[in-house]
Design a protein around this ligand. Sequence first.
Ligand SMILES: NC(=O)c1ccc[n+]([C@@H]2O[C@H](COP(=O)([O-])OP(=O)(O)OC[C@H]3O[C@@H](n4cnc5c(N)ncnc54)[C@H](OP(=O)(O)O)[C@@H]3O)[C@@H](O)[C@H]2O)c1
Length: 312
Amino acid sequence: MATPERWSVLVTGATGRIGFPIARALARDHDVFGLARCSGPGDEARLRAAGIVPIVGDVAEFDPRSIADVGGRPVTHVFHAAARIGAEARTDWQRTFEVNAQATGRLIAGCARSSGSAFGGFVFCSSGSTYEYQGRRPLREDDPPGVHLGVYSLSKIAGEAVARFSAADHGVPLTVIRIFSTYGPLGGAPADRLDRILADKEVVLHPDRPNNYNPIYEDDYVRLGIRALERAARPAVTVNWAGSETVSAEEYCQFLASLVGREARFRYDDAAPWPLWPDVTRMHDVLGRTAVPWQEGMRRMVQARHPDALVR
Ligand SMILES: NC(=O)c1ccc[n+]([C@@H]2O[C@H](COP(=O)([O-])OP(=O)(O)OC[C@H]3O[C@@H](n4cnc5c(N)ncnc54)[C@H](OP(=O)(O)O)[C@@H]3O)[C@@H](O)[C@H]2O)c1
């Protein structure tokens, strides 16, 4: 099937840390519809200002045919980032499964029905927190599932299975991206740790030190997110989605502390989540490498979030 040059893209979770910059970048070349409940002040206006058509609603009740109601062509691509996360994921586990898992299957089926052979690709945002801990080695796509963050992890494991089933059933090209640590002007785990350093609080880490991660900066996750839409395939592709470089939380926190003239203090706790360290071999084959060196990304994050705190 030839992919039309100008896509009609639905980004769910379009106001979020990942969805918003991806939708904003796509809107430079394509028609982009951004779905979210728009629970934050000014969310709709922020979408409009970025050239994204806002669709205010809950993904669990969303029918892709309604894109026509806001003047859109049938959807050609979906970047599905909406999810119940953090405290919200823990409040009502059945609703969390409804939103994070079942809704994905209905969305894929709805796109297949409304767009038929014009549909080009669907990306499901899964998580690195779907893996069982393997100790101090990088996690590969064929490693077994495990529960890193309770109901949230379980719902993402279920979401992947639902997405694969629905995509195969409806002949929809799919990429499942297992997202590891993202960061940038809109935040992420490194930003949370920076906030603790600035507040002179300990950074709490898992005892298996060093706590290795491959953080991925915003510019790179925008590029690799769009690449994941282009690479969607039948049968589905499943790929870790992370930075190309490994750096420990200990090392990046010390670097962040040096940028803001503070000290990073660590406390090791068995109850802390284990480090999510991805193997990015398949990602390099399927999506390519990231380009922003971690020190550069961390500096840009401090500059964007705490410009007055930078001392060097
Ligand atoms: N950031 C990471 O490092 C990371 C790591 C692993 C996986 N992920 C996955 O990546 C995706 C995006 O994460 P993020 O970091 O961008 O999260 P985020 O900043 O919390 O954004 C979540 C987005 O989903 C929307 N949303 C939540 N529930 C919804 C619902 N029921 N219906 C419609 N929209 C809903 C939110 O807006 P409203 O609340 O206004 O609806 C927001 O736009 C998620 O699927 C997450 O599980 C992220």
